[in-house]
Design a protein around this ligand. Structure first.
Ligand code: MN
Length: 345
């Protein structure tokens, strides 16, 4: 059944390609195109599988998997830097102070907080504050410096319940590291949703949805404004056994992370694709092998994955604690500015 669907899709795209060729008047071009037209597309291969790392606490609120582990802050995953994922966890109702992370600075990059369940509240040195509700995304540009606090919302603290969120750190290009700090408070209903599969026709079974937080999938643009090309898609794949393809720029770094359930990453070319199976909190770093297509097969029903990456910055990364700059000297300056109260004003 699966195979039939795929063959049909291939035939359809083949038909479109062939029909556009008929308009050409140059027979040379025709034969060249046909020579390059393999009946099988090539799917991006896995460079490295990162299995679920051990968890640690950030403050007393966020019990996170540091998903990028020793790839964090490396060029392999640029422009992304770090990724903390807090899997669903129950917190009892409390009349006390909200759990959280006390006042701390950031400089030189952006923090992206996605709430899945429960609420994250924040306030900062620019005087801004807000609540990130389930489905919402807060895209914070630390730029030249911000000092903030992040915690469970008062309401969530009072009521208790399941809490699930993540925070990604996205690097800023050298030229933008010292921009004015700011926020994009992106509410759930402002995030474009793409139905899968992309080339669905009337009657095609729905294979899920992708929320385009940043970047673009097909012709749909993400909600966030970014300083360099960044991809961040929150993908729901309900049907075990289904196979879904995603175009992804060949020269962008690309990662697949499983929030829940399980998927296989299928790679290679031809009838026998290679398969790498990912379970909860596993990550696949994809190879830059010239392919601009990613293919997943859903193993567990109701699987949820995040597909992310972007154009590598190819600039030096110097990081220390909450600062990410290009040189050690700039890190020292950041420390001094923070100590001397020059940050976050
Ligand atoms: Mn922070």
């Amino acid at each position: 059944m699966q195979r039939t669907n795929i063959t049909l899709l291939l035939l359809t795209s083949f038909a479109i390609a062939t029909s556009s060729l008929t308009s050409t008047t140059n027979p040379q071009a025709d034969s060249t195109c046909q020579a390059n037209m393999s009946p099988f597309p090539k799917y991006r291969s896995v460079k490295k599988l990162m299995l679920r790392p051990p968890r640690h606490w950030v403050g007393d609120a966020f019990h996170v998997y540091p998903v990028f582990a020793n790839m964090a802050f490396t060029e392999d995953i640029s422009p992304l830097l770090m990724y903390d994922y807090a899997a669903p966890k129950n917190f009892p109702a409390s009349a006390g102070q909200p759990r959280g992370v006390g006042q701390h600075p950031h400089r030189g990059f952006e923090t992206v907080t996605i709430a899945f369940q429960g609420e994250v509240e924040h306030h900062d040195s620019t005087g801004k504050k807000g609540i990130i509700k389930p489905g919402d995304v807060q895209w914070m540009t630390a730029g030249r410096g911000i000092i903030h606090q992040e915690y469970h919302s008062k309401e969530f603290t009072r009521q208790g319940g399941t809490f699930e969120m993540c925070q990604l750190w996205v690097n800023l290009p050298k030229r933008n590291k010292m921009v004015r700090p700011g926020y994009q408070a992106i509410e759930s209903d402002k995030i474009p949703v793409v139905n899968l599969p992309l080339n669905a026709e009337d009657g095609t079974e729905s294979l899920g949805q992708a929320r385009i937080i940043a970047g673009n999938l097909d012709s749909t643009k993400g909600a966030a404004k970014t300083f360099s090309p960044v991809q961040m898609w929150d993908v729901s794949l309900p049907n075990a056994g289904s196979e879904v393809e995603f175009p992804f720029a060949a020269d962008h770094n690309c990662m697949v992370f499983v929030r829940r359930g399980s998927v296989e990453v299928l790679s290679g070319e031809g009838e026998d694709l290679e398969s790498s199976t990912l379970g909860p909190q596993d990550l696949a770093l994809m190879r830059k092998d010239g392919s601009d297509l990613l293919k997943l097969r859903v193993v567990e029903p109701d699987s949820k994955v995040i597909i992310m990456g972007g154009e590598p910055l190819n600039e030096p990364i110097a990081n220390r604690g909450p600062f990410v700059m290009n040189t050690q000297q700039q890190l020292n300056e950041a420390m001094m500015d923070y100590r001397n109260g020059k940050m976050g004003r």
